[in-house]
Design a protein around this ligand. Sequence first.
Ligand code: HAM
Length: 415
Amino acid sequence: MINSLRGFRDLLPPESDLFARIEAAAREVFGLYGYQEIRIPALEKKELFVKSTGDTTDIVEKEMYAFTDGGGREVAMRPEGTPGIVRAYIEHNLGQTGRSGKYFYIGTMFRAERPQAGRYREFTQIGAEHIGNPSPAADAESISMLIRLLEKLGVEGCSAEINSLGCAECRKAYREILLAFLRARAEKLCEPCRGRIERNPLRALDCKIDGPALAEAGPKRSLCPSCTEHFDRTQHLLAAAGVSYKVNPGLVRGLDYYTGTVFEVRTTALGSQDALCGGGRYDDLVKSMGGPVAPAIGWAIGEDRVAMLLKDKPAPDNAPRTFIVAAAKEAGDKAFALLTSMRAAGISSDFSNFELSLKSQMRSADKSGAAFALIIGEDELKAGTCAVKSLKEHGDQQTIPLPDAPSHIKQLLKG
Ligand code: HAM
C-alpha cells in the first residue's frame, strides 16, 4: 500500500464538489470584471521565482520544491502564480496586442511548509492579475472584485486590511532608516533576521518572531506625495464601491515585488492559518523581469482555506432527478435507452445494475436521493411504457409511453 505524501492530499466528494462550485463562482465573477484565463505551467526555471518572489523570502529560501532535472536544468514547482503570469505576459508580448491586461488563473501551487489544518504542501490558488494599469481605480476594482467573490461564495464577515508600501523611492528611503534601526538592535533579533539585515532589512518586518515588535517599536513608513495621493484615492473609491476595509500600517507582505497598495483578507475562523487571500501592486516587476513598463496589481485566494470555511454550509442538491430500474430480465436494453434519453433531455439520471432484483434496485434508488424511479417490468416492456413512481411522496404509480418520459418528468419536476 503506497500512501500519498505528507501535505499532499486527494480531494474526494463532497469536497471536490465544493472546489468545483468555488471555481465556477470565481469564473462568473471574473467574467463580470473582464478577466480572461491564462494557464501557466506548474514547473518553471527556478530563476524565475528567485528573481521575482525574491531570494530572501521564506518561499524561495526554505519552501520551494526546486531540483535539477535530467537535463541539468535548475527548475522549481511554482510556489505562486504571479511570476508565471508575468513571464507569460512578457514572453507573448501581451502588452502589445491591445487586448485587456486582466488575467486569472486557477491552479495548484507547491510550498514545502510544515503541514497543518489549512496549510498544505500542494494547495490551490485562484488568482487575478491586472497588468498595465497604474490608476487607483485599478486597485479599488481589484480589491472590490475580491470582496464580491468572497461574498458571493458565502464567506461571512470579509473585510480587507490594506496598507501602502510606497514606490521604489519611498521604499529606498524607508529601507535606510529601517536598516539603521535594525543594526542598532541586531543582538536582540532572531538568528534568521540577523542574517537578513544587510541583504533585505524589510524582510524582518514579516518575520513571525520579530515582525510584531518591530511594527510597534520600529520606524514608521512615510509616503511621497504621489504615493499618498494614490493611496487616498484608492480608499475613496473603495468606500464608494461599498467595500469595508481597515488600514493596517503594520501590513507587509512576504514577497519581494510589492510596491504601493498591499492588502489581505483574514478570518478568525481558521485558527492560525487566517489569511484567506493576499495581494497588492507590483509596479516594477514586469520591467525588472525584462518586459515593458507595466504597473500591475493582483491577488490570490487560498481555495483550500475558503473551502474549509464553507464545508458546513448546505450544498446544493446534486442527487439525480430520476433513477432507472429494470424489473424484468429482458428490460435492460430498454432501461439503458431510457437512461440515455433522459440525460439527453437534460434530466440527471442514474441506475445501479439492471441485472439485480427489483428490491435491490429500488433500495439503490431510495439511497440516491432521486425524485422518481422509472421502472420497466414485463408489462411495460410489452406495452413500450414505463412506470413512474415518486420516491419522495406516497402516491399512485403512473404508466406512461417511453417516448413521453422526458417531457412528462419535466412537467412533474416543475410542479
Ligand atoms: P500569498 O500571500 O503568498 O500571495 O498567497 C496567497 C494565499 O494563498 C494566502 O492568503 C493563502 O490563503 C494561500 N496559501 C499560501 N500558502 C498556502 C499553503 N501552504 N496552504 C494553503 N493555502 C496557502 C501570493 O501567492 C501572491 N502571488 C498573491 C498575489 C497575486 N499578489 C499579487 N498578485
